[in-house]
Design a binder for this molecule. Structure first.
Ligand SMILES: Cc1cc2nc3c(=O)[nH]c(=O)nc-3n(C[C@H](O)[C@H](O)[C@H](O)COP(=O)(O)O)c2cc1C
Length: 492
């Protein structure tokens, strides 16, 4: 029987917004649930320090192929009953070009846990989302996902040309590498991952090679990835500038509207005919999450849609309950603040990509809260590599203390308006750090323009909904019965 891809993809949402619970719910509803692999090593380390109260992480770790590594992780991070709320989280070391083995082992295990839990107890398909821009953990994350039998790998925020070949190698437990972009480097810089070395096992069984679906913002990029990637590309997600999270910058010179947001134009629109001509399935993302739009894009040749915002506010997402309730309540009962609920900030993200922020009180999207925060870079996922004068490689983040950034040869102007997304996004999912002096990291919720219409999913008198409600709502106009995607995926 021919394999049928799911019509709806629940987009990957970091950090831990699309956690295993959300992905599992969507997969059980017959569509593609995607876990986020972003900062997943910190997520596992913090869940264990919070006591892993429902036992899920420890249950998944029991199935990890190396019990030696699993035990080391538990010994390092697990706190029976959980740490006290005032106690700061112990942090794993930050990634580097040549990261310590224990960090790579933690990362493999963390991604394994997330995918394993999302796949537990049902036959649906599960994906793993990673960002090309956060490159250094990616090989370990991919390998952890493969070990847990992930069905799809979805990657955006950059041009993930090398990933298909990496998936081929890692599925055979062979050493893989990625090129690291290093400002000022005179030679090519590579980061390596050797499964046999990291797993301390020379007898590893072959793994399933998942589908690879890159996220693109133009048909030209899609064509380029299809032709020039290091291996098989299985489809595309075509994401426009109304999507939650990071957006691709507008083509051409950056111009801002009177609210200070990037202006997108005709050149940023994707021609569906050109996508159809590539002869690979594609899904539209960025304010497409209605049954009518899904139906329309399917008649124009898309396979389906990827949705994020509607799922991010659902009961099963990782966003902490108070933040979801506060956001839904504000939108359902109050007029939008001047300028709207969403601000596409061209400056906040250290990646340099525009990043959407929900304007709700108490978030670091409020300038006063952001300015009250003492700059600190202690997670470091968004640091960029640069070559030092002595030829060695350093890492710097435009959201770190400005004097540190400038000391590392960075430009002061690059630091202006940058926000520490690593800490803010962990705070969104209830794992905010307690910094020196007792300062608790504040959150910064991201969502797409679709947030303005979120109340359409709420049933009368209710202020919450399930991810399953979202799936049923989106598929309302599709002729049934919908085929459950088949589990026996094509192999290489
Ligand atoms: C809270 C949130 C976090 C997101 N994080 C990521 C991410 O880590 N990686 C990614 O590829 N896309 C991310 N996205 C984009 C979604 O995967 C999806 O493509 C997008 O939300 C679709 O548009 P919509 O917001 O109109 O539904 C995020 C979106 C939201 C709302």
């Amino acid at each position: 029987m021919q394999y049928t891809h799911p019509i709806v993809i629940q987009g990957g949402m970091g950090i831990s917004v699309s956690d295993w619970r959300l992905a599992k719910t969507v997969s059980q509803a017959g569509q593609l649930g995607v876990v986020s692999g972003t900062a997943i090593n910190s997520v596992l380390a913090r869940r264990l320090q919070d006591g892993d109260l429902d036992g899920s992480c420890r249950r998944a770790l029991k199935s990890f192929p190396s019990q030696n590594i699993a035990q080391k992780i538990l010994d390092t991070y697990f706190i029976e009953g959980g740490k006290s709320p005032q106690q700061p989280y112990k942090r794993p070391p930050m990634f580097s070009i040549d990261s310590p083995k224990a960090l790579l082992q933690l990362t493999v295990a963390a991604c394994f846990v997330e995918v394993w839990l999302a796949r537990e107890g049902h036959d649906g398909v599960v994906g793993l989302n990673l960002l090309e821009k956060i490159l250094l953990p990616n090989l370990a994350c991919l390998y952890g996902g493969l070990l847990a039998g992930v069905d799809y790998v979805i990657m955006g925020a950059g041009i993930p040309r090398e990933i298909p070949g990496v998936l081929d190698l890692l599925s055979e437990n062979k050493k893989a590498h990625l090129k690291v972009s290093v400002t000022g480097a005179s030679e090519e810089v590579l980061t390596y991952f050797d499964p046999q070395d990291i797993m301390e096992d020379t007898n590893l069984a072959p793994l399933k090679r998942p589908f690879f679906i890159p996220i693109v913002s133009s048909s030209t990029l899609a064509a380029n990835l299809k032709k020039k990637s290091t291996g098989r590309v299985d489809g595309f997600i075509v994401e426009g500038p109304l999507a939650g999270g990071h957006n691709a910058p507008p083509r051409g010179p950056l111009k801002l509207n009177d609210k200070g947001e990037p202006i997108y134009g005709e050149r940023d629109e994707v021609c569906l005919k050109e996508m159809v001509a590539l002869d690979l399935p594609f899904w539209m993302a960025g304010n497409y999450a209605t049954p009518e739009k899904l139906h329309e894009v399917r008649t124009l040749g898309a396979h389906g849609i990827q949705a994020g915002t509607l799922f991010a506010l659902s009961n099963e997402s990782g966003v902490k309950k108070e933040l979801k309730e506060k956001t839904l309540h504000a939108i359902a009962t109050q007029a939008a603040p001047p300028g709207g609920w969403i601000f596409t900030d061209p400056r906040s993200s250290p990646t340099g990509f525009p990043f959407k922020a929900v304007r709700i009180p108490g978030s670091i999207s409020e300038e006063s809260i952001y300015l009250a925060r003492k700059r600190i870079c202690d997670l470091g996922y968004l640091r960029h590599a640069y070559q030092k004068e002595d030829g060695s490689i350093g890492l710097r983040c435009p959201a770190e203390p400005q004097s540190d950034y400038v000391k590392k040869g960075g430009l002061h102007e690059d630091t202006v308006g940058r926000k520490c997304l690593c800490n803010a996004l962990l705070a969104d999912v209830g794992m905010g750090q307690i910094q020196a002096g007792g300062y608790e990291e504040a959150s910064l919720l991201t969502a797409g323009d679709d947030l303005n219409n979120i109340t359409r999913i709420l049933k009368k008198g209710e202020m919450s909904y399930s991810a399953k409600d979202v799936v049923m709502y989106l598929l309302d106009l599709e002729p049934g019965p919908l085929q459950q995607p088949q589990k026996n995926l094509p192999q290489n």
